[in-house]
Design a binder for this molecule. Structure first.
Ligand code: GLY
Ligand code: MN
Ligand code: MN
Length: 442
């Protein structure tokens, strides 16, 4: 049994039962599916990789860990792939008692009765929701009570997501590998990009590299935006030609053994930053470095966000994108025209990872960072191509720089330093030189 599951059991207590479902396969079109990705909460607790399973956890009972799994089936396995079956679930995954998932509905009553609390998240798996509600309501309308199902229903993610937010050493090792693979892929892109290439060719070389190095794939759809396309935050069409004189923004991360990385670099297609590109780049880079320094225990997400807003607003004034008193510009959110997103998010099994950003449910009290959290740091400036108020030389420039940073006991560790971000280093790599400076290790 995974340490995470043991910990979860201790937290829910002996009078509770938890039902945690795996993900299902999803139709991509007609009769074909997307590549399967396990539900992160289920994966985190069980390691079980297959779809359609349901884990039932009851720490107070003799059988504390039950799992319902797809049964072995020679025909289905010939067509669609191997299955662990009940035997494999018990033997290879520490499940105490495994059943075929077909028996779940019938056994549900027995599993629920005799517990005060049910830990279950409604609203994710509609079919399972219906089964659970059906049992609860049937019991309520039965005149002669034979059993008492749980009277309190709690969302288990209140516990699981808090656990996921604080990474173990083993998780951090996997995140470091996901980060290294993605960083190396970005370096490869820097080496290969030149005018006339298409965005999809850059996408292809990044993603081929990730797979070659053992990543399961990307941790989100890669954003490969040349020129104006870099000003579209979630641009994923990736089909335009790259032009001499334009910048290229690449936001691409790898997934390795269930853990994500998330890296953005922006660099000139022809290998040399123009003066105008440098102006904006330096503002973003200085802000990014300062925000990395602020990603330490005790700083709150709001303090870090405010720092990014203040520095970017100052920078926008310096280059001539905004005019006026910094305080007033910030009060009136003038920066939002060019910087409209948060400076970062938790990252882990999900690229936008689980965990609350506030110390209370009312979302009024920003939470301080704690050791073991991993956050991205990703300020940016995006000047719309048709922005008549911006100096012409800046129109259509979109720049974001993004790293993944682990908060440690005595500061932090940047997991994504393998790909440089200093102008000099980038130009050196793009022009056939090796990056020698380690100065970007922030
Ligand atoms: N790649 C998604 C993000 O940066 O949040
Ligand atoms: Mn991100
Ligand atoms: Mn990103």
């Amino acid at each position: 049994m995974k340490a995470q599951l043991k910990d979860f059991m201790d937290q829910i207590g002996k009078d509770a039962v938890a039902i945690i479902p795996a993900a299902h396969e999803k139709t991509r079109s007609y009769d074909t599916e997307y590549k399967f990705r396990q539900d992160s909460d289920f994966w985190y607790l069980t390691d079980f990789p297959e779809p359609d399973a349901v884990a039932v956890i009851s720490p107070g009972k003799r059988t504390k860990y039950t799992m319902f799994v797809r049964p072995r089936d020679p025909i289905m396995e010939t067509w669609y792939g191997r299955r662990e079956g009940t035997e494999g679930a018990e033997k290879n995954f520490g499940v105490q008692k495994a059943h075929s998932v077909e028996k779940f509905a019938k056994m549900l009553g027995k599993l629920l009765d005799g517990h005060n609390k049910l830990y279950y998240r409604f609203g994710v798996d509609k079919a399972l929701d219906a089964m659970i509600l059906e049992y609860l309501s049937t019991q309520r309308f039965t005149r002669i009570k034979t059993a008492y199902p749980p009277h309190t229903i709690v969302d288990p993610t209140i516990i699981i997501h808090e656990m996921r937010l604080h990474k173990t050493d083993e998780e951090i090792s996997k995140m470091q590998i996901a980060s290294d693979i993605a960083a190396e892929a970005h370096v490869l892109a820097m080496k290969k990009v030149k005018p006339g290439m298409n965005e999809f060719q850059v996408e292809s070389l990044l993603e081929a590299y990730m797979r070659e190095k053992g990543a399961t794939g990307v941790s989100y759809n890669s954003i490969i935006g040349g020129g104006d396309n870099a000003t579209i935050l979630h641009y994923v069409e990736n089909k335009a030609d790259l032009k001499n004189g334009d910048l290229l923004l690449i936001d691409a991360g790898a997934e390795y053994e269930g853990y994500a990385s998330d890296i953005t670099r922006t660099f000139p297609v022809n290998g040399k930053f123009s003066k105008a590109q440098k102006d904006i780049y330096e503002v973003v880079l200085d802000t990014q470095k300062a925000c990395i320094e602020a990603t330490v225990a005790g700083t709150t997400i709001k303090q870090r966000q405010d720092l990014s807003i203040e520095m970017l607003t100052e920078g926008m004034k310096k280059v001539g994108l905004l005019k006026g008193a910094t305080k007033t510009l910030i009060k009136n959110k003038k920066y939002e025209k060019y910087y409209m997103h948060g400076v970062g998010h938790y990252i882990g099994m999900d690229v936008h990872d689980a965990g609350r950003y506030f110390t209370d449910q009312g979302a009024s009290d920003s939470r301080p960072f704690e050791p073991g959290m991993v956050l991205t740091v990703e300020p940016g400036i995006y000047v719309p191509p048709d922005d008549k108020t911006a100096p012409e030389k800046y129109r259509g420039i979109g720049i974001r720089i993004e790293d993944d940073v682990l908060v440690t006991e005595d500061g932090n560790r940047n997991l994504t330093t393998k790909v440089p971000k200093e102008i000099g280093e980038i130009e050196q790599i793009m022009n056939g030189g090796r990056s020698k400076a380690k100065s970007a290790r922030k």
